[in-house]
Unconditional design. Sequence first.
Length: 497
Amino acid sequence: MVRRRRRPHDGAVDSYDVAVVGAGFGGLAAALELTQRGARVVLLEQLRYPGGCASTFVRGGARYESGATLFSGFGEGQLFRRWIDELGLEVQAAPMDPLVELRAPSFSLAIPPEREVFLERLLALPGVPSSRTRRFFREQRRVADALWALFDDPTLLPPFDGRSLLRHAARAPRYLPLLRVIGVPLRDVLFRHGLLDCRPVRTFLDAVCQITVQCGVDEVESPFALAAMDYYFRGTGHVHGGIGELAWALARAAESRGATLRFSDRVQGIEPDGDGWRVRARRGSLRADRVVANLTPHALRRLRGASAPRLDRLADAVETGWGAAMLYLRLAPGALPDRAAAHHLELVADEDAPFVRGNHVFCSVSASDEARGREPGERTVTVSTHVPMAELRAGDPAAMIAGIQDHMRATLRARAPELVEATVHEMPGSPRTFERFTGRDFGYVGGIPRRVGFHHYRELTNPPIWPGLWLVGDSVFPGQSTLATALGGLQAARAAS
């Protein structure tokens, strides 16, 4: 429970216990948790809608997902499912089968939500050795089980108290499989199992790692990769109407519990004010004892007008990562009659080339009954690929994005011609577009690439950047999915209360 104290009031300034800046899922989770703990909370968001990277926006009368991706956390006992059930949220979330169809030059693989079914389908592909592959996935599951337990039980996440430390001590044997893979790239684990040259396994892993932890098999830190491989089997599903429906439901739940929502209210500065903070926004300033900032490191540094060593490290790490080029498609009424449900396609043009710049694209296709377009029965598709931001910002952005989008169209024609044939309208998007639709500075996506190295582990807690000011989102622990950022917001709220 937050302890409120008397403090001097400026008659022109509203005063709160906590100001949450940014209504991505980290900010939404923080605002909801803080209101449930009795805090007086204001949530400020520069856009007209919540969700950040995981939002649903409207253009030209059609509804699109901001980014093409999957969402987990809807399994029994998991965070989003608990919120839907306990708060009575009017959100329809259902599992998908298949979750993703991976299409590459040498094979296609429909990925189901059941691990054993997936493994049997993978083993049925040409050139996949049964015993070595099963041995690799046994090791993968031990690592994933140890790490996903932290997502299933947020009390195991920092900040730690005596009870959580005792529970971790009791769980120590479960963490032993991690010792063999910490500081090791995934390619070395594959080599140890004799699978480095197994094309279906390698292609599947490059695809899932690029989407989830932002780099491929050759570079990725193994514990992050081995845990991310379980993403499909951990309560992943589809929110009817788009992920924005869940974002709005959480925002309204926080409001019904006392939070003040200020959408279309861009924050212009965050400044120290005695033992608290003054937040300057377009619609007026306010004062808060504490701030939770669901921002990129760059945005927080800009709004704060100051820097800090940890904030600089995070910003530098984000700059080694990615933006996104998108194609937002509208499909003709009645298109894809044999695939009426929402579904996802992951397309690879060349398995030997890097899984970026249009060679690897992820497509999120809406369901036929979601009323996404201007005409009854129209559907929308968000198609995205990774763009190296360092190259983009150093070169000719317009020419680079145009070339990448041409590559994306070629990959679509080769691997998903049914989408091309059904398209009645295309709206191309760049990192600048993504910045406009999500509010993320420069259009960075996905947080920090989990390239191999021990440096990741010094960030496995999320202390305040400055006293009383926490950063949440995909740039800080616990990570880079919608579920992970929500859990991070939850933990920051607990620290701030």
